[in-house]
Write a protein that binds this ligand. Structure first.
Ligand code: GLN
Length: 424
């Protein structure tokens, strides 16, 4: 196997059970999902030789379903990024748009599917990391409702926001992988019964007659012209299929990016405290002073990770907690309420997944703020704990465009149905 796009951190074959629904499928697994006996780096030098002693629940499910794991997919360090350029193992190139980023942070997972290096892939989505690379690489990605899929064995970045999610070449194949990984798990107290005995794959029937699709104006206005064109064409096709399209408003999403980054960085600063060279992570060596030993060890983090730990620690500090963290939580509640109200009158919401086509490699690294703003359409969904799918909707000169459909909590079937109609 040749890996021209730097898709894998580790290429290693793990065979699953002899039969099962995924017996013929190969799967790439994002490198922040624990695999027993197979190195799991999170794209970080901190964990470059870490080999987990156990499987994540989703990996157990893959093996039981007969899947063959083909490797651990490259990613932004600890999931912090939107372009897969913050990996300590080098950037991934977009197989569908040469010279451009694959999106992130699950860029290796999406690129594996786009390049045909794996039939399917698992990523994780804290603020868009499954949907963004799916859109940029021209594949399908689903961010499940919070609690649908066990997070046991997922190395935490911001645990109140993130879910493991599937990527695949078609809506049906991606939904089938979601069927395999969803379900309650005793080892994750936030997992929920709703995921038991699902049959999402059969919801990919393309039937949108009578479905009401709301378009939040706030999530369309800022998009590039080429992206908007593909989006409008998609809506036109859905209308032809019998869907009813109407405008809705989500005024709170104006604050979603700020709220998301305060909450994500705060949780990250706490979750990443375990990487001190004693509990986890490479040791800097002990020469009589523990503070020095810890800080030497934490030198292994990359720049983006350090920036977030510093900002998150600041936002949680005694004097600033009310001003930043508490306000962000209030905004999160407002975003949830806006979505609840919208779903009183529509079945699903639609928007471009990303406001732009894929960036050129290197373009966004100098300007972190610009990179954070690219998440405007994806982070509201994580703040509200909702399910969303990104489906390919054609291309611009710069590469693929994805359209996102958001559903009410545990409304995976509705977004899968509408997503499959876009493919037809
Ligand atoms: N780009 C967002 C961030 O950097 C989302 C990442 C993710 O979903 N893991 O936090």
């Amino acid at each position: 196997m040749t890996d021209d796009h730097n898709i894998f951190v580790t290429e290693e074959i793990v065979e699953g059970a002899d039969d099962g629904p995924l017996a013929d499928a190969t799967v790439a697994v994002k490198d922040n999902i624990s695999t027993e006996g197979v190195r799991t780096t999170c794209g970080s030098a901190m964990l470059d030789d870490y080999v987990p002693p156990y499987d994540a629940t989703v990996v157990e499910s893959l093996k039981a379903a007969g899947a063959t794991i083909v490797g651990k997919a490259n990613m932004d360090e600890f999931g912090m990024g939107s372009t897969t350029e913050t990996s300590a193992f080098g950037p991934v190139e977009n197989p569908a748009a040469p010279g451009r980023v694959p999106g992130g942070s699950s860029g290796g997972s999406a690129a594996a599917v786009a390049a045909g290096e794996a039939d399917l892939a698992l990523g994780s989505d804290t603020g868009g990391s499954v949907r963004n690379p799916a859109a940029f690489c021209g594949v399908v990605g689903i961010k499940p409702t919070y609690g649908l899929v066990s997070r046991y064995g997922l190395v935490a970045y911001a645990n109140s926001l993130e879910q493991i999610g599937p990527l695949g070449p078609t809506v049906e194949a991606t939904a089938e992988l979601l069927d395999v990984i969803s379900g309650p798990d005793d080892r994750d107290a936030t997992s929920r019964e709703e995921g038991a005995d699902t049959d999402y794959a059969s919801a990919a029937d393309g039937d949108v007659a009578g479905t009401t699709i709301g378009v939040p104006t706030e999530l369309v206005e800022g998009a590039d012209a080429g992206v908007r064109e593909r989006f409008e064409e998609t809506l036109e096709d859905l209308r032809d299929g019998g869907a009813i399209v109407e405008e809705v408003s989500l005024p709170s999403v104006e604050h979603a990016v700020e709220a998301y980054y305060v909450i994500a960085m705060s949780e990250a600063s706490s979750n990443l405290a375990r990487f001190d060279g004693v509990r986890y992570g490479n040791s800097g060596g002990f020469e009589g002073n523990w503070n020095e030993a810890f800080s030497d060890s934490r030198e292994a983090f990359g720049e983006e990770v350090k920036r977030r730990i510093l900002l998150g620690t600041y936002a949680l500090s005694a004097g600033y907690h009310d001003k930043y963290y508490k306000q962000a939580q209030d905004a999160r509640a407002w975003v949830k309420q806006d979505f609840d109200e919208a779903f009183e009158s529509v079945d699903v919401l639609a928007s471009p997944t990303m406001p732009t086509p894929p960036f050129e490699q290197g373009e966004s690294l100098e300007d972190p703020l610009q990179m954070y703003l690219a998440d405007a359409n994806t982070v509201p969904v994580n703040l509200a704990d909702l399910p969303a799918i990104s489906v390919p909707a054609g291309e611009t000169d710069a590469g693929p465009v994805g359209v996102q459909f958001v559903g009410p909590a545990f409304g995976e079937e509705a977004i899968i149905r509408v997503g499959s109609a876009v493919e037809n």
